[in-house]
Design a protein around this ligand. Structure first.
Ligand code: PRX
Length: 692
């Protein structure tokens, strides 16, 4: 068998075809070859035999159809779900070219459905009501709980009825500020059931950040809990919410009800600060409601959720996803990229406060009727073997995590891994940042016993679901490469002028077409959506990432090319950290860059110029870090404050970050040309102060 090459055919396939006789080609053509090549991990034939996509040829056939006939391809995927009414005559419409009017993406418009119905009722109707939907593992070993699909639906309906009774209607926003309790996915599903738009705020964000989001989306209600234990630490969430609600009401946005789950293992009810007229204990009111709640049928293009993420300006962006396309896309990507089978037990270590938790803790898996493990705590508590303890306890078959965790467990030593069986594991996954080849190999060899393929999934909050990802079993893997595009996705690498590059190349990663899971706008700011994502390279969606493509057509992500830092897989805008620093009364100016970090991938490095007369002191340093923790959250705290009497600026006043990056990473012989600086001496001063 061979695949025919067409001129319209994407570059990556031409690349593969071009290498007649190469090992990759031999493998994709179904010939068994032994890998002498360190870089190539061949698919396991037994795995491939049972995989949804058993070969590269099958992938090519499906991929080709998804590109040539997106309407047909995605209609087939969509018809596996329940639609009260089918979509209109056009499966999709798109305009991705700013020169041709407003950017506009629609999928399945006119189709009437409900994602909560498809996650729960549909699975129950097809006979899986007694299957476990959620296993919950508490922070403390030995503490656990579970819900079947039937039980989950009951809980969701009770909360949905409560929300309705409190005036929440279709289109209203609800803020969810919860840790990884079962109430978190329950809350998301309850909103979806009644057509409300949830906005989950990661429960590690500070009061200021929460306040900002409340002011932006004006929720009818806030759902939270009093406290949570993470490792040995107790975090008082209710205090944070109180401060945020006070701040938002002073800014004219009052929230009527704060529904608070009493997490008594972390904090007693009587120790929780309370505002009688506003606060309600979840357990006092929700269980009294009926366990049946009619579904609010919505249009495929009605909003499902808002999720705030960082960009290159100080203000977080409210990424808006709609219902139908997101539903089909998360379901399909989950099924294929993890080769999901009904007997799988799936665990993703991400928090539902991030997009990974939306698409691949809640919606994607539940749409497939999967059994999902939710873990409340931190992965190395009480010791670095906890993950494998959980894997053995629930017989986890698919384990999806972030490179930062892999690297940190790798440092703790193999014994914590090998003392557990891990025999159940079948597929591993990675997300959040490029996974370096040595971490990839450790994950593959030690955690997966050289048996489990790794799906290194490249995607973003904006993309809704996986964009470039291996399909396990279908083709050889290269440690550190996200490999090939998912169905329907046409990634292109462009140079700085926006010219598409072919063959082996490196440049800016863009996408040429729309896909069902794409975000539709930035809440309240469509213009910012257009300029941020569609104006740099007209006609394309620009991801903000750099990427190279190798001679075999494999994609290698190289990190952000904009002012976004990726710390432990969390996206942080340099401008946000800078604004937090300059809010400190003794900080005159600040410039933030990312530097390489062994465990976190990148860490935050801040240059700070104090107001005149202020001297460096350890207390000042601490109070600057505290300023970031209170403005954004602990996860955004700078690791290093570099004292800067001045910052390197051009004559027009622009900070030259290129130079700051070199100083931060101590690449002092690569500073380059500093003659265009207004005051070149600043650089010497900074170098002198580097290790103070
Ligand atoms: O730089 C890329 C990196 O994470 C960014 C998206 O961050 P966020 O919207 O918070 O979503 C994280 C979870 C999807 C991307 O622009 N990134 C994510 N996954 C990968 C990655 N970089 C390389 N390889 C990945 N697998």
């Amino acid at each position: 068998t061979s695949f025919r090459v067409r001129s319209r055919w994407p570059v990556m396939v031409r690349n593969l075809r071009g290498r007649v006789g190469s090992k990759v080609e031999a493998v994709v053509m179904g010939e068994a070859v032994a890998s002498e090549d360190e870089d190539l991990i061949l698919p396991n034939h037994e795995f491939a035999q049972h995989a949804h996509v058993p070969s590269f040829e099958k992938y090519l056939e499906m991929y080709k159809r998804s590109i040539e006939d997106p309407a047909g391809f995605w209609s087939d995927m969509a018809s596996e779900f329940y639609w009260k009414e089918k979509w209109g005559p056009h499966v999709y419409s798109e305009n991705l070219d700013i020169t041709k009017g407003n950017i506009n993406i629609e999928w399945f418009k006119g189709g009437i459905t409900n994602i909560c119905y498809n996650c729960l009722d549909k699975n129950i109707e097809s006979g899986h009501g007694e299957k476990i939907a959620l296993h919950w593992e508490g922070n403390e070993p030995g503490l656990d709980d579970s819900l079947t699909y039937n039980q989950l639906l009951d809980r969701v309906c009770q909360l949905a009825n409560y929300l309705k009774e409190n005036g929440v209607k279709k289109g209203d926003a609800v803020i969810i500020y919860l840790p990884m309790l079962m109430e978190l996915p329950i809350a998301m599903l309850a909103c979806a059931r009644i057509g409300a738009v949830h906005s989950v705020v990661f429960a590690g964000f500070s009061a200021e950040s929460l306040e900002q989001r409340i002011i932006d989306c004006k929720p009818k209600l806030v759902l939270t809990c009093n406290a949570v234990k993470r490792g040995k630490k107790v975090i008082n969430l209710k205090d944070i919410v109180d401060a945020a609600l006070l701040g938002s009401s002073q800014n004219g946005v009052s929230v009527g009800v704060c529904l608070t789950y009493a997490n008594e293992l972390a904090m007693k009810k009587e120790d929780t600060k309370w505002q009688k007229e506003r606060d309600v204990w979840w357990q006092d009111v929700v269980p009294k409601h009926a366990t049946k709640c009619d579904v609010e049928w919505v249009d495929a293009e009605d909003p499902l959720f808002l999720l705030y993420t960082s960009g290159s300006t100080g203000k977080p962006k409210g990424v808006l996803h709609t219902t139908g396309g997101y539903m089909i896309y998360t379901a399909a990507t989950f099924k294929y990229a993890f080769d999901y089978k009904p007997s799988d037990v799936y665990w993703c270590t991400a928090d539902c406060g991030w997009i990974t938790g939306h698409s691949y803790v809640s919606y994607g898996p539940l749409l497939n009727g999967a059994t999902v493990v939710l873990y409340e705590g931190v992965p190395n508590y009480p010791d670095p073997g906890r993950c494998w303890d959980i894997v053995d306890k629930y017989k986890v078959t698919i384990f999806y995590t972030a490179p930062t965790l892999v690297r940190s467990l790798m440092r703790d030593g193999n014994e914590y891994v090998t003392r557990y069986s891990r025999k159940s594991l079948r597929v591993l996954g990675s997300v959040g940042e490029p996974i370096n080849p040595s971490a990839w190999r450790w994950f593959y060899n030690v955690v997966g016993d050289s048996r489990c393929p790794i799906s290194d999934t490249w995607w973003q909050t904006e993309t809704g679901g996986f964009m470039i990802t291996p399909l396990p079993g279908a083709w050889p893997q290269k440690p550190g490469s996200a490999t090939f595009p998912f169905f329907g996705v046409q990634p292109v690498i462009v140079d700085e002028k926006g010219k598409e590059l072919e063959g082996e190349c490196s440049g800016y990663l863009c996408v040429k077409n729309s896909w069902p899971g794409a975000f539709r706008t930035l809440y309240g700011d469509h213009e910012r959506y257009e300029t941020t994502y569609f104006s740099a390279f007209p006609g394309y969606y620009f991801s903000g990432d750099g990427c190279s493509r190798d001679k075999d057509g494999y994609h290698w992500l190289t990190g952000r090319v904009d002012d976004v830092i990726n710390v432990s897989g969390h996206r942080i805008g340099t401008a946000e950290v800078e604004s937090a620093l300059v809010l400190h009364p003794q900080c005159a100016e600040a410039a933030v860059v990312g530097v390489e970090h062994e465990i976190k991938g990148q860490s935050i490095y801040a240059f700070v110029t104090p107001v005149e007369g202020v001297e460096y002191s350890e207390d000042f340093r601490k109070s600057l870090v505290l300023s970031v923790r209170t403005q954004i959250g602990a996860f955004a705290a700078p690791d290093k404050i570099h004292w800067a009497p001045g910052l390197p600026k051009t004559r027009s006043g622009k900070i030259m970050r290129r130079i700051l990056r070199k100083i931060a990473s101590r690449q002092l012989d690569e500073l380059g040309d500093t003659s265009t600086l207004a005051d070149p001496q600043v650089v010497d001063q900074l170098i002198d102060l580097a290790d103070t």
